[in-house]
Every structure is written in structure tokens, then in C-alpha cells.
Design a protein around this ligand. Structure first.
Ligand SMILES: *Cc1c(COP(=O)(O)O)cnc(C)c1O
Length: 404
């Protein structure tokens, strides 16, 4: 066999549209919560592909589902349904509030579908001008034009004006501010149960309950964006299950495929029929390959052992981080649920989160940021304790560089 073309990190700058600034090494192989780069240097993975690799790397359950389906049927298009997608839809509807599922390929597409559904429900209501969307400052919902517009970080949307209009942003966790803008013309409220990219900021339960009541009062859809919090990340199958608040629409992606691109919008029999034949669609959504992998990943995660394991690992992580912090006094607060953990830097280290992840890479640790002041960890849901220990030891060495 011919050798594959040799490539280096500098080729990224040669050939790739520069929307990303990847680390200066190239991962080539992974197993569990460890990764190796081109030089065979080993890394502990606390990033999990940004809350995606829920079973770590090369987990046999996912590998088997993928390879088995790969020999059978990859794609047929939406003129035909397929067995893996129907099985996955059964799993998602049986284990959540939802009755119906729309499949797509990413979180942004799931949110795009949710927002379009809400606009359609608003139109069908017959109430004039019922197209308003209420969203929250600092929120992240994806990178399509509609979803950057719904997102609450103007730096992601302002360069692409004119933006879709009718979207109102108010402060997160401020129920009075939401109350002031939700009315008869509101068709949807979209919210993350924990703002992930925005800094790992949990929504207050009373805030979510208040949004539920306002949506009920004014006939608006309550959309939970669980792209980051879903599929076991918080120790519950979905984060809404921790809150006692049931949304009308839930979006899920990231961990759903364990690394295979897939997304879904879940809703109820009340709203699903507003998306009738031809009103929305996608070529790849619900393709057999993605659905087979997601089905296997979902089944593996949705067990008491794995979900309890996430809660256990949360505590284990927090104990280790608190011990480290007692010594080094770098973090002002350590927050989050399950294996979505944010470490907020003390004021004197503000803006240093990116540097810390760079130093972590030098020490053999993959970590994330959530804004300039928060170091974020979203590892595999089944990361072994010894990998947590080793990763924390490497983090400690990376943080030593901060003091200098
Ligand atoms: C990552 C993320 C998205 C976007 O998902 P993509 O798959 O990148 O399109 C949307 N919402 C939240 C909360 C996310 O964390």
C-alpha cells in the first residue's frame, strides 16, 4: 500500500480556512481517555472532543456498532426510512418527555429546527405577529445565522448582519427581565439548563420554573438546548430531569453520537405535526450509520451504573481540584454538574484560561476554556479514576507556569 501523504501542523495554516487556532500538535490515535500525537507523545483527555466523546476513544461498543452497520447500509436518503433510526427514535422517546424526533447532524441544526418549528407553531396559532423569540445573554446555540442570532454573544453574530430579527436577549437567570419581554407575540424561549460555552453557568431552578410558567401563560414553546448537557453529561440522562421542568422541545447532539456527527430535536405530539411533509428537512439526518452508533452509545450511557458513575466522578474531580486549589489559590469558584466542570480564575489571573490550556498541552493534558476566564473539563463519562489523578497531576504542573 502507498504511504499516506505526510502532513504537519503548519499545513493547517497553508490549507485551512483560519476559523480555528488548533494546538501545535496533531492527535493521531486515542484509546479510552488517552490520546497520542504524531510524535507518540501521550495526553490525558479532559476535553472529550468538547463534550462529545462520552465513551472516550475507540470504545468497543461504538466501534462495533459502526463497523457492523458499515458493512450493511450507510445511507438511503429520506425517501426511505431505516431500522437504526427507528430504533434510536424509540430509545429517545421512551426515555424522555418527547413523543417525536427530528434527526440532523449537529447541535446548530437541531436548534435551527427547534426555532423554525416554534416560528411555524406561532404562525399556525393565528395570533398576529407571534414570531418573537426570547433568548439569553451569553448563550451559545450554534453557528448558523439563526443560531448565532439566538445566541447571546454578539461577537459571533455582528459581522454577519442583517440578522434574522424578532429575537430579544435578556440576562440569564433574571426572571424579571424575561417576564418583561415574554408576551402574546412570543413563539419561543430558548435556554441552556447550564450555559456551557458561556462559562459553565447553571440555570437556577426557580428561573427555569418561571420560564415554564410564562411559556404556558403566553402559549410559547420552551426550548431546552441540551446539546452540551445531554446524554448523561450531568449525571442525569438529560439535565431537565434534574430540574423538574419539562420543556416542549429539547435539542441534543454532541455526546449523542460519542464522536459520530448526529443531532436531534425532540418534541411532543402537540407540536410535531406543525412540521408537515416538506416544511423542513436534511439529506443526512437520521442516516443509518449515525443512528446505529448513537443507538449503541445511548443504550450504554442510559444505565444507572453509568449515570451514577458520572456523579461519582464529579465528586472525585471536585475533591482533586479543591485540593489543588487549596494549595495554589488559582480558582475563584469551581462549578458545574456531573462531568461538565468549570474552574473560574481568580481576578488576578483573568484572561489566562487559554494560556493554561496551552501549558496543559505541553504537560500532556487536553483541556478546554469557556470564555477567557474559565477552564472547562468535559471528559469521557467513563474516564478511569487513575486518568483523573494523572490529568490533575499534569494540570498542577501547567498551573505552576501561571505563577511564573
Ligand atoms: C456545541 C453547542 C451547540 C452547537 O453544536 P454544533 O454541533 O457545534 O453545531 C449548540 N448549543 C450548545 C449548548 C452547545 O454547547
Amino acid at each position: 500500500m502507498e504511504q499516506p501523504i505526510s502532513v504537519t501542523r503548519s499545513n493547517f495554516n497553508d490549507w485551512m480556512v483560519p476559523v480555528f487556532a488548533p494546538a501545535n500538535f496533531i492527535p493521531v490515535r486515542g484509546e479510552g481517555s488517552r490520546i497520542w500525537d504524531q510524535e507518540n507523545k501521550e495526553y490525558i483527555d479532559f476535553a472529550g472532543g468538547i463534550a462529545v466523546n462520552a465513551l472516550g476513544h475507540a470504545h468497543p461498543v461504538a466501534v462495533n456498532a459502526l463497523t457492523e452497520q458499515a458493512t450493511k447500509l450507510w445511507h438511503v436518503g429520506n425517501g426511505y426510512t431505516n431500522e437504526p433510526v427507528l430504533r434510536l427514535a424509540k430509545q429517545l422517546t421512551e426515555n424522555t418527555f418527547a413523543d417525536k424526533v427530528f434527526f440532523c447532524n449537529s447541535g446548530a441544526e437541531a436548534n435551527e429546527a427547534a426555532l423554525k418549528l416554534a416560528r411555524k407553531v406561532g404562525l399556525d396559532s393565528g395570533v398576529a405577529g407571534k414570531s418573537g423569540i426570547v433568548a439569553f445573554k451569553n448563550a451559545f446555540h450554534g453557528r448558523t445565522l439563526f443560531t448565532v442570532s439566538a445566541g447571546g454573544q454578539p461577537k459571533y453574530s455582528q459581522d454577519f448582519a442583517p440578522l434574522p430579527n424578532g429575537i430579544n436577549h435578556v440576562a440569564f437567570n433574571d426572571l424579571e427581565a424575561a417576564k418583561a419581554v415574554i408576551n402574546e407575540q412570543t413563539c419561543a424561549v430558548i435556554v441552556e439548563p447550564i450555559q456551557g460555552e458561556g462559562g459553565v453557568i447553571p440555570a437556577d431552578i426557580e428561573f427555569l420554573k418561571g420560564l415554564r410558567a410564562l411559556c404556558d401563560e403566553f402559549g410559547a414553546l420552551l426550548i431546552f438546548d441540551e446539546v452540551q448537557t445531554g446524554v448523561g453529561r450531568t449525571g442525569a440522562l438529560y439535565a431537565y430531569m434534574n430540574t423538574g421542568v419539562i420543556p416542549d422541545v429539547l435539542t441534543t447532539a454532541k455526546a449523542l453520537g460519542g464522536g459520530f456527527p448526529v443531532g436531534a430535536m425532540l418534541t411532543t405530539d402537540k407540536f410535531a405535526p406543525h412540521f408537515s411533509v416538506g416544511t423542513h428537512g436534511t439529506t443526512y439526518g437520521g442516516n443509518p450509520l449515525a443512528s446505529a452508533v448513537a443507538g449503541a452509545v445511548f443504550e450504554f450511557i442510559n444505565t444507572p451504573e453509568v449515570l451514577e458513575g458520572v456523579k461519582h466522578r464529579h465528586q472525585y474531580f471536585l475533591d482533586a481540584l479543591n485540593t489543588l486549589n487549596a494549595e495554589h489559590q488559582i480558582f475563584e469558584e469551581i462549578r458545574g454538574q456531573g462531568l461538565l466542570i468549570g474552574c473560574v480564575l481568580k481576578a488576578e489571573y483573568a484572561g489566562k484560561a487559554k494560556d493554561i490550556t496551552t501549558w496543559a498541552g505541553e504537560e500532556g493534558l487536553l483541556a478546554l476554556i469557556a470564555g477567557p476566564d474559565v477552564v472547562r473539563f468535559t471528559p469521557s463519562l467513563i474516564i478511569p479514576e487513575q486518568d483523573i489523578d494523572e490529568g490533575i497531576a499534569r494540570l498542577k504542573r501547567a498551573l505552576a507556569k501561571l505563577a511564573k
